[in-house]
Design a protein around this ligand. Sequence first.
Ligand code: HEM
Length: 241
Amino acid sequence: MALFSGEGFLFLLRWLHFLAGITWIGLLYYFNFVQTPFFATADAPVRTGMIAGSLVGRALWWFRWGAMVTFITGWLYILHMMFHGYGGVREFFASAYGWKIFFGGMLGSVMWANVWFVIWPAQKVVIESATKVSKGGQAIPEAAARGQRSGFASRTNTLLSIPMLFFMGSASHLSMADPTGRGVKIGALILLAIVIAAAEVNALKGTTGPGKKMLATLNGTFWGGFILTAIMYFVLAGLMR
Ligand code: HEM
């Protein structure tokens, strides 16, 4: 039976990967498309009740562990393809598949880092503060700023999810020419580094400016994500030509 073979194991890894992936990204979209707009208009006691009453905490548990399982299974898959499928790092990066999945995987990994090192630590403070308020105490002074920073990181993840899924899905299902030389690979690396640096600087520094304005609305975030996908695809496909 094919399921009990090397191919079957790889398929199970892939299956676990997108089960965890939809859990993570589904909750990311719930936070951005449903909860944040709802909180923006809800009365303070309702908001505090939902945060302190563990609704948000439960959602964040599935969210961050979904991200962790997606990240681990995704990199296990990449390592397998690199060393068993292609037979080495050099061979892997001599293929368009390698670059497309590397682009998708790196964008996903930045999103994973935003979850574990920005959003979750900030949300712990927000939850602690709301819990104190619900018991008649004072809010933690830094909670509002931490919540705002976590919001920027979360919107950044929503934006990045658009090109991330494009490259992930296109790795095996949308053909592209293999890279032909060193210059092409350096160009691809520079493109990826610029995108990641710009997204992270915008998420982690400051509170105003055009980048924040884009993230302030879902429309701006969608446009940003689709335009970024188009830029990344056409530059990468142009390089690989
Ligand atoms: C966190 C970093 C991530 C890494 C390193 C990663 C890596 C991978 C790899 C190596 C594959 C196999 C590609 C192939 O051979 O076609 C894959 C497929 C896939 N990944 Fe990810 N992934 C990540 C995040 C995500 C996320 C967040 C989702 C969201 C749902 C996701 C959804 C998928 C789907 C649906 C496929 C199957 C695509 C297909 O069959 O064409 N991945 N991923």
